[in-house]
Design a protein around this ligand. Structure first.
Ligand SMILES: Nc1nc2c(c(=O)[nH]1)N[C@H]1C(S)=C(S)[C@@H](COP(=O)(O)OP(=O)(O)OC[C@H]3O[C@@H](n4cnc5c(N)ncnc54)[C@H](O)[C@@H]3O)O[C@H]1N2
Ligand code: MOO
Length: 578
């Protein structure tokens, strides 16, 4: 039995690259490019105009003004494919269209909207910068530059580059032919599906996986669990001249699991015959002469997992294809059950907030079931371990379907001049709300000290660290020295989305236009009476008679009413006003 990584290394070391074929550019989408694309000439190949207008000489129009426009004689027309070949003399202009080569003597183009035209004269009423609206030779692509590497899967952008340099036909990897042999006399084809029948699910599933990796699958079987019959099916599959043979089922230890004996009798040289992974233990790989063979378990979920971990990457390597890095980092928010001895491929639910992925829940890890795989949107490999993978772990996630977005928490600011009682009101509110809500706070300050001078973290910060993260068992803090003051929107992103806050309360930031409660005390200015404070939705004051009519009004000690108001605002306004 080998570890998953070792299994990968074994086929990687021996798998060869398939031959190259030529396909029409029109059919090249999705194929693997085999020759790197180098530019055969610069792009643009000559200086050309970026606009419809007039090609002029900067020196001629330097003194132009609205009051005294300069008139130039229009001596010709330059269009794409139809250049104007006479050099421009002083006092002349050429009518020019987007994409036309720049005539000799011209050093700028002025857009037609910016000039007047009177017969054969063009009137320029402002100076034009040299180089204006001219695309320079080679500014897009230099000559003989490497544009696309071999091994890239051709997408529409690559088609655009191939077309630019006349690459048709294109050198691509031949599609690997894959022969798939399903085993088990209980299996019926999909068309004969009925309750109680065991349908060949894994065959079509693995065929679909092969297609996704650019291969051409062909299914053989189902073969009976009997040595001679199975050998005949394997030989029939082999006779179809595949580049890869896959068997599904009959790979375990049961009396009817006949794949290994049949492959042995045909002379298979095994690289491995068991992998320490869950699901997928009865997985093997070897060679029948020059034909690589993967032996997959019969449970469809297990076969699919093994395909994702081993067979798909092998098909990619066979085609010389660079596998794009499709895994993404994510934080685990619940402990994930795993196997004690085998690395486990888990099916999970991931969600996204503020661009960060979180694993929220785990599906059953049963290789014989299909529903968990439909419900999950991502999978990940966890190493074997005695304990569940703890919450807070960072993992690499392979996302199969889009992760749903979690809504950002509602934001409510408390504004007011100093001495208004703002901090006291907020602290009392937080205490009341935190009984059942997760409250985050963002506080504005002109200057503040979190760390005592001379303490370790202060010394690291003073030494120039861009950020210092401090952690003790009951408190973590991030001290950042931003290159520019962080915007309020950036500060919101500092609140870890994993916390799933119910509400964000803000002290200050009165000019951000946030939904705000003003806290006011007699004798100080009342902000909400002035202009630019229309976002104030309630006021806490000891002089209600001063408050604008209609604005909900509370006294500093009316905490219960205030709390109810904040809760209703939180429900009413699901996000920031930004
Ligand atoms: N005593 C032990 N039993 C089993 C072991 C073990 O180590 N000791 N391993 C288990 C594991 S893990 C797996 S996975 C399965 C795989 O076994 P096989 O590869 O031999 O698969 P089969 O026995 O042929 O079939 C298993 C199961 O899957 C159904 N099946 C088979 N082919 C298909 C198909 N093409 N489409 C849909 N379903 C298919 C088959 O009817 C069985 O129900 O073995 C465990 N047992
Ligand atoms: O390894 Mo099996 O594939 O868990 O069911």
């Amino acid at each position: 039995m080998v570890e998953l990584d070792e299994a990968k290394r074994r086929w990687q070391a021996t798998m060869t690259t398939i031959d190259v074929e030529q396909v029409a550019l029109a059919d090249a989408l999705g194929r693997v490019l085999r020759a790197p694309l180098r530019s055969r000439w610069p792009l643009p190949v000559h200086d050309h105009s970026a606009m419809d207008g007039y090609a002029v000489r900067e020196a001629d129009v330097r003194g132009a003004t609205q009051a005294e426009p300069i008139s130039l004689a229009v001596v010709g027309v330059a269009a794409p494919g139809h250049p104007w070949t006479t050099a421009l003399a002083a006092g002349q202009a050429v009518r020019i269209f987007t994409g036309a080569p720049i005539p000799a003597g011209v050093d700028c183009v002025v857009r037609q909207e910016e000039v007047g035209r009177e017969g054969d004269l063009v009137l320029v009423s402002a100076p034009v910068e040299r180089g204006n609206n001219i695309r320079r030779r080679g500014e897009d692509v230099e000559a003989d530059a490497l544009l696309v590497d071999a091994g890239v899967v051709i997408d529409p952008d690559v088609v655009m580059a191939l077309a630019s340099f006349g690459c048709d036909p294109v050198s691509v990897s031949r599609r690997p032919r894959v022969a798939i042999v399903t085993c088990g006399d209980e299996l019926v084809p999909v068309v004969d599906a009925a309750p109680g029948r065991v349908v060949d699910i894994a065959g079509p599933t693995i065929a679909a996986c092969c297609r996704r990796f650019g291969a051409e699958p062909r299914c053989f079987g189902p073969a009976a669990d009997e040595l001679d019959a199975l050998r005949r099916t394997v030989e029939e599959a082999r006779a179809s001249a595949p580049d890869l043979l896959i068997t599904i089922g009959g790979a375990s230890v049961g009396d009817r699991d006949r794949v290994a004996p049949v492959l042995d009798s045909l002379g298979l040289r095994w690289e491995f015959s068991r992998v320490r992974v869950k699901p997928g233990k009865p997985t093997g790989f070897g060679w029948l002469d020059a034909l690589p063979v993967f032996v997959l378990p019969g449970n469809p979920g297990a076969a699919k997992v093994v395909f994702g971990q081993l067979v798909g990457p092998a098909l990619a390597q066979m085609q010389g294809r660079r596998l794009a890095d499709e895994v993404r980092g994510a934080v685990v928010s619940v402990p994930l059950a795993r196997d004690r001895v085998r690395a486990t491929v888990l099916e999970v639910h991931a969600s996204e907030a503020a661009g960060r992925l979180r694993v929220d829940a785990q599906e059953a890890n049963s290789s014989a079931r299909i529903a968990p795989r439909l419900r999950a949107n991502a999978s990940l490999v966890v190493p074997a371990g005695d304990e569940p993978l703890p919450a807070g772990s960072v993992v690499e996630l392979a996302l199969r379907r889009p992760a749903p977005r979690r809504a950002p928490p509602p934001v409510l600011a408390f504004i007011g001049s100093s001495g208004s009682g703002k901090t006291t009101v907020l602290a009392r509110l937080i205490a009341a709300l935190s009984a059942d809500l997760k409250v985050g706070v963002i506080k504005h300050g002109r200057h503040f000290d979190l760390d005592k001078p001379g303490k370790d973290s202060d010394r690291f910060r003073a030494a120039g660290a861009a950020v210092v993260v401090m952690a003790s068992p009951d408190l973590t803090a991030t001290l950042e020295q931003p290159e520019r003051p962080a915007s309020f929107a950036e500060l919101l992103l500092r609140l870890p989305p994993e916390l799933d806050l119910d509400l964000v309360l803000v002290e200050g930031f009165k000019y951000e236009g946030l939904r705000s409660v003003e806290v006011h005390r007699e004798g100080r200015p009342m902000l909400c009476r002035g202009r630019g404070f229309e976002h104030v939705v309630a006021i806490v004051t000891d002089s209600p008679r001063l408050a604008p009519p209609g604005l909900p009004c509370y006294r500093h000690d009316q905490l219960v009413a205030l709390e109810a108001m904040v809760r209703s605002l939180a429900d009413e306004f699901p996000s920031t006003s930004a």
